[in-house]
Design a protein. Structure first.
Length: 278
């Protein structure tokens, strides 16, 4: 452990020993995001009560297969995402994140879902995925709220319309063809509260030339031209999946009922686009 100390872990373990049903956020909300994330990498055998309250990490093979990253690298990316959420949500909504009901759309094994548990009770941290294998893995890891399976092209989500304050789609539209992306965003918009916040990541056009995952398997220039002409370019890998780049202009044209209120571009292949109802 480098960012957390034994005293802090012991205090948390004592709290959960005395009150096993405490939410993680009741005990850990004042930790740094990085220290909280490091709990998922630490040997917590001396702190069994704390360990019992944390969703488990899947095997490295599952981590790598689902997200490419494993261990510390995966947690670092998750912590960076949480910093972005912690800044954007109160700034763009005027409300405290701790009071929100949130949804991880395309949750996979829950690498981002678990980060919200530092600030929000588990019953208000929801998850869904269109891949049954992902749903099954998520639901074996000890999250309080179970991951729901949703259709590949949903007409609606299994939540009441207007009930979700924050929905994020991390590395979802970056893989979907246009018709499926349209279905996913429109279903998410129905579930989003009138003053809620939706975040999606997109691949910028530079993705085709600079990503080591695709640059050696596709010819970049035709895809760049398609992206610049249409605002979107997609290379299928399977019937519902592939690699996709998308522009913010395309988002604005495709979903006029949503307004882009911020764009976070940290010169990576995951550009964060933040949207609200008009």
């Amino acid at each position: 452990m480098t960012l957390i100390d034994l005293h802090a872990c012991q205090s948390a373990d004592d709290a959960f020993r005395g009150y096993p049903d405490l939410a993680l956020c009741d005990v850990l909300q004042h930790w740094s995001i990085e220290a909280y994330g490091e709990l998922y990498l630490a040997d917590l055998a001396p702190f069994p009560n704390l360990a019992a309250r944390l969703p488990r990490m899947p095997s490295e093979d599952i981590q790598r297969h689902w997200t490419w990253f494993t261990g510390a690298e995966s947690i670092a990316e998750s912590a960076a995402f949480m910093h972005a959420v912690g800044d954007a949500y109160p700034r763009l909504t005027g409300r405290n994140l701790s009071a929100a009901t949130v949804l991880d759309y395309g949750a996979g094994w829950g690498r981002m879902t678990r980060m919200l548990l530092q600030f929000i009770p588990g019953e208000r941290v929801l998850a869904c995925d269109a891949d049954q294998a992902s749903v099954d893995i998520f639901n074996e890891l000890g999250f309080q709220s179970r991951c729901a399976n949703v259709p590949v092209a949903p007409e609606s989500l299994p939540y009441p319309d207007g009930s979700l304050d924050f929905i994020w789609l991390y590395s979802v539209l970056t893989h979907l063809p246009p018709a499926l992306a349209k279905a996913v965003i429109e279903a998410s918009a129905k579930a989003l509260s009138p003053d809620g916040l939706l975040m999606t990541t997109i691949h910028p056009v530079e993705f085709w030339a600079r990503s080591p995952l695709v640059r050696d398997s596709v010819e970049a220039e035709p895809l760049v031209q398609t992206h610049e002409r249409e605002g979107i370019a997609h290379v299928p890998v399977g019937p519902y999946w592939g690699d996709t780049s998308m522009s913010t202009d395309y988002i604005a044209r495709q979903w006029p009922e949503l307004e882009i209120v911020d764009v976070t571009n940290q010169e990576t292949d995951q550009v964060e686009v933040w949207l609200k109802h008009r």
